[in-house]
Design a protein around this ligand. Structure first.
Ligand code: PLP
Length: 402
């Protein structure tokens, strides 16, 4: 009975979302009676807007408890297509939409639909760790392209992206409004990425998880560039703008030929996304938007508190991003002052001493050659303003005592 089962070889290639591991460490610290300041995970401690909750109740009361069509309820597919046609000037119909249990499943389904074993896939590094995990797990070759410090915020290293292309490169993943750095493409970047994709005939996953999490300016989708509509699948999620991370509703949106395969994967995998939650997502798109606006106002106030607090710490420099709820401060000098050279002992000491729970550069992909600066990643979506101020004051005291 005690003999362990021999696992499949591919399991070794499966990575994790490292922020969830940090969440585990923070929970263990809290269980010992310590106060924890949770800056680690892009989860939210805000309520889903009441009209969305009510729509889910209504659907349940109305007997929406069976399976839905595998692609999702027609109302939601139509509402999503219409939303995209308005915000991205596309010409999608419901047949271009496959509803998903969250945005994350779009990553593996895009790869399963389009990647053969041995194909090379370009992905951002630092970046959302699930890209690398899923590319490798499904037999592809994960090829990073760097996200580098720019004049103000981080930017996409498009020279390196193009230089990394070989005749085996088939797919490209772009996360404009980027986790962890909040980098966003300029108009010039969007044009160049589209040119690269067309020139090398790459199929593209556009991870737009943070498209609607914006405080100023306007999000512009790469899908609007020439040649992108027919070669791209968009990852869309309801998780972030409406504080619905645990509801698990998202969508893959793209050419019908790929969406049909993704729907087949739905059949084989989860059958459908939670029935009543799909009605809630319809309400999120079509109903009163004041709840979403309130969430954004709270996030913006938190952003400002956190950026100001970080920039008040000696040896820390933090950009104020216009979108997402992540900060990626340069802490090279502050960390050097402490004497710590490695991230993990540093993060352990910060947690133990201050209760501040953080991610760092190393949680978002393998370090690339030549990287010599140190960065932390803070999410302010799951922590109130008061706790932000208190936690970052404690971090300041910790960093400045050396
Ligand atoms: N893509 C990026 C860049 C993310 O940061 C996340 C979540 O943090 C996701 C996709 C997946 O979001 P969800 O599955 O909650 O919709």
């Amino acid at each position: 009975m005690s003999r362990t089962m021999k696992l499949a070889n591919r399991v070794e290639k499966l990575g994790v979302e490292t922020a969830f591991l940090v969440a585990g460490q923070a929970a263990a610290h809290a269980a010992k009676g310590h106060k924890v300041y949770p800056f680690h995970l892009g989860d939210m401690n805000l309520r889903t807007p009441a009209n969305i909750i009510e729509a889910a109740y209504r659907a349940m009361r109305d007997g929406k408890n069976g399976y839905t069509p595998n692609a999702g309820i027609p109302q939601l597919r139509e509402a999503l297509a219409a939303e995209f046609n308005t915000t991205r000037k596309t010409n999608y119909g419901p047949e271009n939409v496959a509803v998903q249990p969250g945005g994350k499943p779009v990553i593996s389904k895009f790869l399963l639909a389009l990647m053969n074993p041995g194909d090379e896939v370009l992905y951002p590094n630092p970046g959302f760790p699930i890209y690398e995990s899923q590319i490798r797990f499904h037999g592809g070759v994960a090829v990073p392209y760097p996200i580098i410090p720019g004049e103000k915020n981080f930017s996409f290293d498009l020279d390196a992206m193009e230089a990394a292309i070989t005749d085996r490169t088939k797919l490209l993943i772009v996360n404009d409004l980027h986790n962890p750095t909040s980098a966003e493409c300029s108009a010039e970047d969007r044009r160049r990425i589209a040119e690269i994709a067309v020139k090398y005939d790459l199929k593209v996953l556009l991870d737009e998880a943070y498209f609607d999490v914006r405080y100023s300016g306007e999000s512009v989708s790469l899908i609007m560039e020439p040649g992108m509509l027919e070669r791209s699948v968009i990852l869309h999620t309801f998780s972030k703008k409406y504080a619905m991370t645990g509801w698990r509703v998202g969508a893959a949106i793209g050419p019908k030929s790929v969406i049909d395969v993704i729907v087949k994967l739905n059949v084989n995998d989860e059958s459908c996304t939670c029935h009543s939650n799909q009605f809630a997502a319809c309400e999120a798109l079509l109903g009163d938007q004041s709840g979403g606006r309130d969430i954004m106002a709270i996030l913006q106030a938190r952003r400002d508190l956190a950026v100001d607090a970080l920039n008040s710490i000696e040896g820390v420099s933090c950009y104020r991003p216009n979108a997402t709820f992540y900060l990626y401060p340069d802490v090279t000098k502050a960390m050097a002052n402490t004497g710590y050279t490695e991230y993990q002992p540093f993060l352990d000491a910060v947690l133990k001493d201050t209760g501040v729970s953080l991610c760092a550069r190393t949680h978002f992909g393998t370090l690339l050659p030549g990287e010599n600066k140190k960065y932390l990643r803070l999410a302010y979506s799951g922590i109130d303003g008061e706790m932000i101020e208190e936690g970052l004051l404690r971090l300041k005291m910790f960093l400045e005592k050396f």
